[in-house]
Design a protein around this ligand. Structure first.
Ligand code: 5AD
Ligand code: SF4
Length: 429
């Protein structure tokens, strides 16, 4: 989501005549797009702001801007004003489109600009002309914000209430992307399964409509919520030929007691039933997840339930996080916070289990041939290219073709070696 916001911001700046500059300390304008999902991003952000003091002193016309989830929290704006007075513009997640006006205001008045809004109903993706990071694949927003209020999560407070884009707007955008050479889209929402546009279209309706777009080859989406995923959506894995057989399905915990405390609205039995349905719709589907360790009140038994569900599902990959209290969320006020040493010990055990499963699952790929879309060339060796399978496995492979010939194209690759986080292979005719 943040990545796509950055693409939109780059598009707004290009329209004003700015060009990309690789060095943030030499640029005319630097924008720091922030995340506040966990505390470590938070800390790094304030450190980074400090480093720009000198730049501002030596080049008073240099403009430093901050946006994203951090300044959606009042305490952060207060701190910026108090300790980092050299920040020129602060804006939020919900008024990105206003950036050109904010820059003009800053230039005309010479005063600092602080522009944070909550629940702006006027996010208009249709007006945006993002500078895309890739030419063959694109991120496409389908919803903004979140209504779920998982008790650990700050997103509903920083990105506001959920709004769905019209199915017709999403499809129009994808058609124009395809006309520009895009063959793969990633449909983005905090909870794609609760998508419902003003005309009553569901997420399954949207997938079916996108699947009908000629010239498009791959459809991905992120993120799913087990409480809202529908049988009709799962059935799309059978009926929609472009829908990649891959799903990111955050479980967060394997303990029913903790899932309740997290306000997730499903239990382990319901989660496992979804996994069964997904695998019967698409036997080769790859499944990844998010897991939080050390949520307040987590006992050794709760944690073992998490290890157990991970072993039952056998995830292809997992993002594992140590619980990080976020000010203003209910869980930050829970009294039974877990000591750091216990969190770290459990985290290490979980990572060992998850990595062993990923490694084992990847072994099944060795010797087989897969379609891979080439996405990047190794810096040290032009004949080594990386790409993704339909199931989102990262493949590093060798090829006789030149980078120009192969980038953004589908090629066939035979897997020669399988590692924990990637596969190695050679291109075959
Ligand atoms: N602490 C740790 N992990 C968190 N996540 C969200 N909020 C927190 C938090 N306070 C994780 C969840 C979510 C992923 C994007 O980040 O697992 O799915
Ligand atoms: Fe956060 Fe839960 Fe919304 Fe995901 S669904 S963004 S974890 S509140």
């Amino acid at each position: 989501m943040n990545e796509h916001d950055s693409e939109n911001i780059a598009g707004l700046l290009e329209a004003l005549g700015y060009e990309n500059c690789d060095d943030p300390y030499k640029a005319d304008i630097t924008i720091i797009n922030t995340c506040s999902v966990r505390d470590n991003a938070d800390k790094r952000f304030f450190g980074t702001l400090g480093q720009f003091k000198k730049v501002k002193k030596s080049r008073p016309d240099f403009m430093l801007c901050v946006c994203g989830c951090m300044p959606q929290q009042p305490r952060v704006v207060e701190e910026i004003n108090k300790r980092f007075s050299w920040v020129d513009i602060v804006f939020g997640t919900q008024n990105i489109a206003k950036l050109p006006e904010l820059i003009e205001e800053r230039q005309k008045t010479g005063r600092r600009v602080r522009a944070i809004v909550d629940n702006n109903p006027n996010i208009d993706e249709d007006e945006m002309k993002p500078v895309r990071m890739h030419s063959h694949k694109a991120l496409v927003n389908i919803t903004y914000g979140c209504n779920n209020f998982c008790t650990y999560c700050i997103v509903p407070y920083t990105r506001g209430r959920e709004k769905s884009r019209m199915l017709s707007s999403v499809c129009d955008e994808i058609r124009s992307l395809v006309a520009d050479g895009v063959i793969e889209v990633m449909l983005l929402g905090q909870n794609v399964d609760s998508y419902r546009d003003a005309a009553g279209h569901s997420f399954a309706d949207l997938i079916k409509a996108v699947n009908d777009i000629e010239g498009l080859e791959r459809i991905r989406f992120m993120t799913s919520h087990p409480k809202d995923i529908s049988d009709e959506m799962i059935d799309c894995f059978r009926t929609c030929s472009k829908l990649c057989h891959n799903i990111h399905l955050p479980v967060q915990s394997g303990s029913d007691r903790l899932l309740k405390r997290m306000n997730r609205h499903y239990d382990r039995a319901a989660y496992l039933e979804i996994v069964d349905k997904l695998r019967s719709a698409a036997p080769d589907i790859t499944i990844s997840t998010d897991i939080i360790v050390g949520f307040p009140g987590e006992t050794e038994e709760d944690f073992e339930e998490t290890l157990d569900i991970a072993r039952k599902v056998r995830y292809d990959s997992a993002f594992t996080f140590i619980y990080s209290p976020r000010e203003g969320t209910p869980a930050a006020r829970f009294e039974d916070q877990i000591p750091d040493d216990v969190c770290h010990e459990r985290f290490d055990r979980l990572v060992d289990v998850m990595n062993a499963i990923s490694f084992e699952k990847n072994q099944e790929y060795t010797g087989n041939i897969y379609e891979v879309i080439a996405e990047g060339v190794s810096r040290s060796d032009e004949t080594t290219v990386s790409g993704r399978t339909d199931g989102f496995k990262l493949v590093n492979f060798t090829t006789d073709k030149s980078p120009e010939e192969i980038m953004g194209r589908k090629v066939k690759v035979r897997i020669t070696e399988s590692k924990t986080f990637s596969l190695e292979g050679v291109e075959v005719e």
